[in-house]
Design a protein around this ligand. Structure first.
Ligand SMILES: C[S@@+](CC[C@H](N)C(=O)[O-])C[C@H]1O[C@@H](n2cnc3c(N)ncnc32)[C@H](O)[C@@H]1O
Length: 426
C-alpha cells in the first residue's frame, strides 16, 4: 500500500449497489450534513455519530443520529464510512480503524487518503451522470453537474451540447459576472397526478434547494427531489401558518441564496393566492419566474370528457370561487366551474336559480381529479341541496349544459355516484 502513497491517485468510476446497506458518518457538522443530503435519496440506512450536532440535522427524516464521541467499535457492521469530523488527525485515525476492519472509508477533507470519493451526480430515474475530477476540482465537477441538471430533459442531446459550452468556459464566464439576484420560481404541480406536471416544473424541482409546497401537492412524490421540502399549505396540518409567514419564508430563503421553488397545486395563478406572494416578493426586490400548471378544471374536463366550451351550448367558461357567492358578482358565462365549493353546494344552487339559471341545468360534482380515488356525481341545479351528494374534497363543481356532453351522462345521471378510472389527459 505504502508504495502507492506518493503516486498520483486514480479512482475507478464504478456504481456500487448500496440498496439496504448501512452507512456511517462520523462527525455531525457541515461536511457531514452535505454527505447526508447527497446520500438520502438512496435506499440506505444512514447513521450519524457526533458530539456537536448541526441543528439542520434535526430537520432531516429517516436518519439515525447518535449523540456521542467516536469509538472504533462504532464501525462494526457498517458497509462504508465517511470520516467527516472537523479534525484531520481524527479522520486519519478513523481511516486506520476502518482499514483494520476492511471497511471502505472516505475522508471529507482528504480525497488523497480516501478509498473512494463521490463524483457530482445527476440522476434521473435510471439515467446517472457522474462528473469526477479525481478529487482535484470538486467545484468544477459540481458546476458541470448543475448545468446538466438545469438543462436536462428527455432528449440528452440538449444537455450534451450545453455541457460543451460550459467546458470551453464561454457560458460560465458570463454567469460569474452576473450579480446575485434573489429569485423564486412559482410553479404549478397540476391537479395531483405527477404525470400531469410540466417538464419545466420538474426541472426546477430537480435543481431546487428548497421547495415550499401546499397541501394539494403529492408530498410522497416530492421525495424524488433532493431539495428540502417545507409544507406550507393549510391542509398540510399547518393550520397556523399564515400567508404573511409564507411570504416571509420565501423572502428569507431567496435572500440566503437558495434556489427556491414555491409549488402550488394546479396552476399557481388560479385561486392560489399567488397575487399576494408576487406582490410581497416584488416589494422585496426578488425576481419571480412563473411556471404554469394544469388547473384542476382542465384536468376534470379531460378526465370525464366534459367539454368546457361547445360550439352550440357553451360559448364561454368562467372559473369561480365557491364560497360566499351571495356577495360576489356572478360571471355571465355558459359554463361555470366552482373551486372551493364542496360545502357550498346548496348555496350555489340557490343563488344560481335566484339569478335566473334554469333549475334543470346539469351539474357535475368531481372530486380528487387525476387521482385513483376520483369520483363524479351528475346532478342538476335544483338537486344540490338534496342528499346524498358528493362531499369529498378537493371538489370541483361544473355547472352548464356542456355536462350533458359527457360520454356517460345518460348512464350515470341523475345523482348516481360512480368511481371512475383515470383517463389521462396526456
Ligand atoms: C386553493 S384552490 C387551488 C386551485 C389550483 N390552483 C388549481 O389551479 O387547480 C383549491 C381548490 O381547487 C380545486 N381542486 C384542486 N385540485 C383538485 C383536484 N385534484 N380535484 C378536484 N378539485 C381540485 C378544489 O376546488 C379545491 O378546493
Amino acid at each position: 500500500m505504502n508504495n502507492f502513497k506518493h503516486q498520483q491517485q486514480e479512482f475507478l468510476p464504478i456504481s456500487v449497489n448500496v440498496t439496504g446497506k448501512k452507512l456511517l458518518i462520523v462527525g455531525a457538522g457541515k461536511a457531514a450534513l452535505s454527505k447526508v443530503r447527497s446520500l438520502r435519496r438512496f435506499n440506505v440506512s444512514i447513521t450519524v455519530i457526533g458530539i456537536k450536532i448541526d441543528p439542520a440535522f434535526l430537520e432531516i427524516d429517516n436518519i439515525h443520529i447518535i449523540h456521542k464521541s467516536y469509538d472504533p467499535s462504532d464501525l462494526d457492521d457498517f458497509f462504508m464510512v465517511y470520516a467527516c469530523t472537523d479534525n484531520r488527525h481524527t479522520n486519519e485515525i478513523i481511516r486506520e480503524h476502518c482499514h483494520a476492519r476492511n471497511i471502505l472509508v472516505n475522508l471529507a477533507d482528504n480525497p488523497r487518503l480516501s478509498d473512494f470519493i463521490s463524483p457530482a451526480v445527476y440522476q434521473e430515474e435510471d439515467l446517472t451522470i457522474a462528473v469526477g475530477s479525481n478529487g482535484k476540482n470538486v467545484k468544477q465537477s459540481i458546476m458541470i453537474r448543475e448545468n446538466i441538471k438545469k438543462n436536462s430533459g428527455p432528449d440528452l442531446t440538449g444537455y450534451l451540447s450545453l455541457e460543451k459550452t460550459s467546458l470551453n468556459g464561454e457560458k460560465n464566464r458570463d454567469r460569474s459576472q452576473k450579480p446575485f439576484v434573489p429569485k423564486v420560481i412559482l410553479a404549478g404541480f397540476g391537479p395531483g397526478d405527477p404525470e400531469l406536471m410540466t417538464l419545466k416544473t420538474h426541472r426546477y424541482l430537480l435543481a431546487a434547494d428548497i421547495i415550499f409546497h401546499d397541501a394539494l401537492v403529492d408530498s410522497r412524490f416530492l421525495e424524488h427531489y433532493p431539495a428540502r421540502k417545507i409544507a406550507v399549505g393549510k391542509r398540510c396540518g399547518q393550520h397556523h401558518i399564515q400567508q404573511v409567514e409564507i411570504n416571509q419564508l420565501l423572502v428569507s430563503a431567496a435572500l440566503s441564496g437558495k434556489k427556491v421553488v414555491r409549488l402550488k397545486g394546479g396552476d399557481p395563478l388560479i385561486f392560489g393566492r399567488a397575487g399576494e406572494e408576487l406582490q410581497f416578493l416584488a416589494e422585496n426586490n426578488i425576481d419571480v419566474k412563473i411556471v404554469p400548471g394544469i388547473t384542476s378544471a382542465f384536468a376534470a374536463a379531460a378526465q370525464y370528457g366534459i367539454p368546457l366550451t361547445h360550439r352550440e351550448i357553451g360559448s364561454s367558461v368562467a372559473f369561480c370561487v365557491g364560497h360566499n357567492i351571495a356577495e360576489r358578482e356572478l360571471p355571465q358565462a355558459s359554463t361555470l366551474v366552482f373551486y372551493m365549493g364542496a360545502r357550498q353546494q346548496c348555496e350555489i344552487s340557490n343563488i344560481l336559480i335566484k339569478k335566473g339559471w334554469n333549475k334543470n341545468t346539469p351539474v357535475a360534482l368531481i372530486s380528487n381529479v387525476s387521482n385513483p380515488q376520483s369520483k363524479v356525481v351528475i346532478s342538476q341545479l335544483d338537486q344540490l341541496c338534496q342528499h346524498p351528494l358528493l362531499q369529498e374534497t378537493p371538489l370541483l363543481i361544473i355547472v352548464g349544459q356542456v355536462v350533458k356532453k359527457m360520454p356517460e351522462f345518460e348512464e350515470i345521471a341523475p345523482r348516481t355516484e360512480k368511481k371512475k378510472k383515470h383517463i389521462f389527459a396526456v
